[in-house]
Design a protein around this ligand. Structure first.
Ligand code: ADP
Length: 478
């Protein structure tokens, strides 16, 4: 809540700050341009007036004072004639006698203007002291045959100029806070509108808990950034939901699987305790109890291995492993079982093969697949174990002529605790973890397991393991 407010405030402050800068910049540029243009206009008009007057001065040699001076000023300035100043001087800078008849205020002649005039150059000045406002003064030399004969000075009060400038500044000063207020308010409202979906999202997200992971955030469908955010969060919720469901399922299955041997164990012990028995009978009960405990231990062991693999902390030795030896040992071990079930067990592992990995885990992988093959193959069937190198990989194959699996079953056999109905009929003991563990081990070694099966025909499990290039698989002594 606090975060959202601060974003809103920050956005508004940024927006207003940037606008202040823009307005200041725009105001100063406009002000500068206006002042510049007004000053230039005044100077140009004064120059033109002086030009007209110098023509007249040349023509009216006797008594010179242009009768139409006000008209001339008005023509160029359109301003009150009281603002205008005019002075005619002789070549020495004294007031021209022709001006004596008129009592206009005398204009100052600066040494600079005089020096300029002697060189035939005009001068622009701003002088004070003639009235309430400074006067813009233009001094123009009148030359005849290259000789200075007169000086014409025209001036114009800067009153209107100063007033225009002040007026402009007043407008700026008035408009500036209003514009900022409007912009700040607008920015605040805009930020509020833009962030409203975020507030809704955060409220919805607060409602969603582990128990209500099926709820989703509203997606506006506009495809904008916030819609994309809602979409991403929903996708994340879906993944979380799946993960939670799997964990729940896993816990339920695990407790169910543990419950069965525990119930059997408890029942056996209760029966044994109910009436006194012979030492043989007790031994028999204890043997049976031990078998159940072995099953529980194997189940817990498998669960721990899978939990570690899930968490990515499954520790694997990384050492050269003589895989052909492991396959041979498993074969020898399984032969006892196979013979008991009248199953023909074949071994095709002529080449010595060394892979990089964990010998105990790899043994477990081969054992799980071989035990399954024998478990799910009826009497007089055949199970073949084969191990071969294939380019940079090793192929371990366990093929049987057993009950096989339908395509639907094949999709599910690697899931935890999954057992086909047919499998349950054949072997009541299985836990449904063996294949899942085998796959985790293969993947932890950088390999994978493939299954090819047909109901009633048999199944072939193929394990692909990478063959380390730096190890010579033909030299098992290394
Ligand atoms: P378990 O053998 O303890 O039931 P597994 O994870 O090893 O658990 O196997 C899961 C299921 O896959 C078995 O219950 C069975 O349905 C099926 N399965 C595994 N191996 C074979 C096989 N060789 N032939 C037919 N079905 C098999």
């Amino acid at each position: 809540m606090i975060k959202r407010r601060s974003i809103r405030t920050r956005l508004t402050l940024w927006y207003t700050g940037l606008l202040t800068l823009t307005l200041l910049l725009l105001g100063s540029v406009t002000y500068g341009l206006m002042v510049n243009s007004l000053s230039r206009d005044i100077d140009t008009a004064l120059e033109k007036i002086a030009g007209v007057l110098s023509q007249q001065a040349r023509r009216e040699a006797e008594a010179f004072f242009p009768s139409a001076i006000d008209d001339i000023f008005r023509r160029f300035f359109g301003a009150s004639p009281f603002d205008r100043y005019f002075e005619m001087r002789d070549h020495r800078g004294h007031r021209d006698p022709r001006m004596q008849r008129r009592s206009t205020p005398s204009l100052p002649l600066s040494p600079e203007a005089r020096a300029n005039a002697e060189r035939g150059l005009p001068t622009w000045e701003t002088v004070d002291g003639l009235g309430d406002y400074p006067v813009r003064l233009f001094t123009r030399p009148v030359l005849q045959a290259g000789r200075l004969v007169n000086l014409i000075q025209v001036g114009f009060s800067l009153q209107s100029f100063r007033e225009t400038r002040r007026h402009f500044l007043r407008i700026l000063a008035f408009m500036f806070p209003i514009a900022l207020l409007l912009a700040g308010g607008g920015g605040w409202l805009l930020a509020h509108r833009a962030l409203a979906p975020v507030a809704q999202m955060s409220q919805a997200a607060q409602r969603i808990s582990a128990a209500r992971l099926n709820e989703r955030l509203d997606e506006s469908g506009t495809g904008d950034e916030l819609d994309q955010l809602a979409h991403t969060l929903n996708a994340m919720l879906s993944r979380l939901d799946d993960a939670f469901r799997q964990i729940r399922q896993f816990s339920a299955d695990a407790s169910h699987e543990l419950q069965t041997p525990l119930t059997i164990l408890k029942g056996e012990l209760e029966v044994a305790l109910r009436t006194p028995r012979s030492a043989d009978a007790y031994q028999q009960t204890m043997r049976s109890a031990l078998e159940e405990i072995d099953r529980i231990a194997a189940l817990v062991d498998g669960l721990m291995l899978l939990a570690r693999a899930d968490a990515g902390v499954l520790r694997m030795d990384q050492q050269p492993v003589k895989l052909h030896q492991i396959v041979q040992e498993v074969y020898d071990q399984a032969r006892i079982l196979a013979t008991r079930k009248h199953i023909e067990l074949q071994l095709d592992a002529k080449e010595p093969i060394v892979v990089q990995g964990d010998p105990e885990r790899l043994r477990r992988l081969v054992l799980n697949l071989t035990n399954n093959a024998i478990k799910y193959t009826p009497s007089d069937g055949r199970v073949t174990l084969s191990l071969k190198p294939c380019r940079e990989r090793v192929v371990l194959r366990v093929a049987d002529t057993g009950i096989g699996l339908s395509p639907e079953e094949q999709e599910r056999v690697f899931q935890r605790f999954y057992r086909s109905d047919n499998a349950r009929l054949h072997d009541a003991e299985g836990s449904g973890l063996g294949l899942c563990i085998a796959r985790s081990i293969a993947e932890a070694h950088g390999g994978r397991i493939e299954l090819d099966s047909a109901p009633g025909v048999g199944s072939t499990f193929t394990v692909w393991l990478p063959l380390p290039s730096h190890l010579d698989h033909l030299d098992p002594q290394r």
